[in-house]
Structures are given as C-alpha cells and as structure tokens.
Design a protein around this ligand. Structure first.
Ligand code: ZN
Length: 192
C-alpha cells in the first residue's frame, strides 16, 4: 500500500486517505484527515471534535461482505462523511458520501450513511452470464469513474461495486436495441 507522510503531523497516511490542501498561489500540502480538519477549524475559528469511525462490513444482495472505511471531513460550513472500499491500496468498489451542515451530529450522519449503504447494496443491477454479464432489470445505478487504461477519455462505470468498462456497458445495452432510455446524473452525495 502506498503511504505518504502528512505534512503537519508527519504520520504515515494511506494514499487513499490523503487530502491535498492549499491553493494555486500558496501551493499544496498533503494532509491526513485529522490535520486537515484541525486546520479548517482553526482557519474558520470554530471548535471541531474529530471522530474516527471504525471500518464496517456490510453484506450485499449476494451475501458478499464489503469492508467500508469511513472518513469525516470538515469543509467549513459543511461536513462530509465518506464511505469507501479499498482494493489493492486504492479506493475501489462501492463509494458513498453524505453532506450536511457543520453542526450535524457525526453519529447521526453515520447512521444515515450506513442505512443508505444497506439500501444500495441490497440492489442488484448486473447478472453474470458466462464470461460476461448483463443488465438484470431495466434500471442501472452506478458511479462514473475514469478509465485510466483507455487512450480515449471514456468513463469506467462502477455498478454493483464492480468496474464495468464503457465497451462492456455498451455491449450490455445491445440487449435493449430499439428501446429508449433516460439518463439522470446526480451528485456523489445524493442517493440514486
Ligand atoms: Zn496529520
């Protein structure tokens, strides 16, 4: 796993947990979430109690356990709580985020986020078919990520916590040739 030293406390931080903090003029520093939150609180002149949530296993529709890590970040007037899986030292698989105002109780946010994760993981969108897979019903939910392997700027989709290339998804859609579709795009903090 790639580790980076936090610029402030000098503790090693996993690369998926590092926050690049700063500005174009002053430059950027790599911070751990604890130091990031402390600095945002200090700049804003308010108190902030750091809460570290332990990782949690949540089962999906097929009974497979997913190990979620959590990160609470202070953004000044708002807080965000993220939940993500780590695959091979990088963020990968399911990812969720909840946004709230700065006064929100982190434990209530955590309860809301876990409920949302449970609802999302209970939904199955893809079914395996031999080598490939197909769309289970007529609704697909997922995340638009970036395909770093591709020469073209095309998305890598994350559906049911699995990476599905743009090509693969195109092939799956061909089952519905002649049908119509409606594509609705939502912010990462909204429930789809
Ligand atoms: Zn630090």
């Amino acid at each position: 796993m790639d580790q980076i030293r936090c610029h402030t406390c000098r503790n090693p931080v996993a690369s998926y947990d590092v926050i690049s903090f700063g500005s174009m003029e002053k430059g950027y520093r790599d911070l751990c979430s604890r130091c990031f939150n402390a600095e945002v609180a200090e700049n804003g002149g308010f108190a902030f109690e750091q809460v570290d949530f332990l990782p949690m296993e949540i089962m999906d529709f097929a009974g497979v356990k997913h190990n979620f890590k959590f990160r609470l970040l202070h953004l000044g007037d708002r807080v965000t709580l993220e939940a993500f899986e780590v695959d091979d030292g990088e963020r990968g698989g399911y990812e969720f985020q909840i946004l709230s105002d700065a006064q929100a109780d982190p434990f209530k946010l955590m309860a809301r986020l876990v409920e949302r994760i449970r609802r999302a993981l209970s939904q199955r969108h893809l079914v395996d078919e031999g080598e490939g897979c197909s769309i289970a019903t007529d609704v697909v939910r997922g995340k638009i990520s970036c395909d770093l392997q591709s020469q073209d700027r095309v998305p890598m989709l994350v559906i049911d916590g699995r990476e599905i290339s743009w090509d693969q998804f195109g092939q799956m859609l061909m089952t519905f040739e002649g049908w119509q579709f409606k594509l609705e795009i939502k912010d990462a903090s909204e429930e789809v």
